[in-house]
Design a protein around this ligand. Sequence first.
Ligand SMILES: *Cc1c(COP(=O)(O)O)cnc(C)c1O
Length: 354
Amino acid sequence: MPRPIQAFIDLSALEWNLKVARRASNARTMAVIKANAYGHGLLRAAEALNAAEGFALLDLRDAIRLRDAGFSQKILLLEGYFSPEDLSVVADYDLACVIHSNQQIDMLDAYPRRRSLEIWLKIGTGMNRLGFAPGNIRDALQKLKNHFAVRDITLMTHFSHADESTGVAAQLELFNELSAPYRLARSLANSAALLRYPATHADWVRPGIMLYGASPFAEVTAQQIGLQPVMTLQSRIIAVQDLSPGETVGYGGVFCAKYSMRVGVVACGYADGYPRCAPTGTPVLVDGQLTCILGRISMDMLTVDLTRLPFADVGSKVTLWGAGLPVEQVAHAAGTISYELLCGLNERVPILSI
Ligand SMILES: *Cc1c(COP(=O)(O)O)cnc(C)c1O
């Protein structure tokens, strides 16, 4: 028997969430499948999201895997290329590339082929991460518009506060102003902007997290948006301990029983991708019943409170997140976001499509 931990990926939920995104916007959909499709498995996710007009990711090797698997949609490399050698691969596999720096334009100048590349010029409008500063857009576009290696240009930006009350107004206004003089396709919206700000939809929307059934907003649940959870991380109880008052559990003894307790030991730890920082009180389901983490998360195990679940025992099913327990709730308790938990799923956890 393998260790009882497993992640289930609900493919129909992925398809459903894509429909939710497509119903919210008339723009074309660039499904973001970076980071192994947020931990869900690249090809598995791409198949379920096949109705999208495009895929966005980071790794050239992943883009090649997609093409080799027969996907003919647009594929966008969100950080573009990193070396001159990448460029011929990009052309051979017909990949679209973000260009965010003059160094990338220089590499293009040295590229021997002609009119083969589709470019997404990234404009920095406030994130201050990747992108040309507003004052450099004219120059960059001048170079690219008639560049011998460029076939097509889309203008894009990325929002820093689309999920928060600050919103997108300032960045949207700046982007509109900067892109107005050019008759080029435009792309701005991540999941949060897609759901909340129709004015950002433009030609291409770029949903990520919502496709995987998690809400991009702290104060709105996925269920309220009509999204379905895709990944369920499940394991089983492999031991039960009875604690007397004053006894502790796990490393450092950070949890101390005040009364007699029953503790379940679950085959799941931080080496599986469960966050080590999840404190006592983090929600968990045992046989579908809500209970919580006790003490520190170990590398391969964690401990849960069974005191009020007398029927739970070795072999009981434990849901760490997913169906019945939104990943956002677990993330919130652990002081992080759903994105980190989903894409942090470790390779040693077997994934099963359902
Ligand atoms: C990751 C990413 C997205 C998707 O963001 P979500 O919040 O997951 O919807 C969109 N655009 C870019 C440039 C990204 O890097």
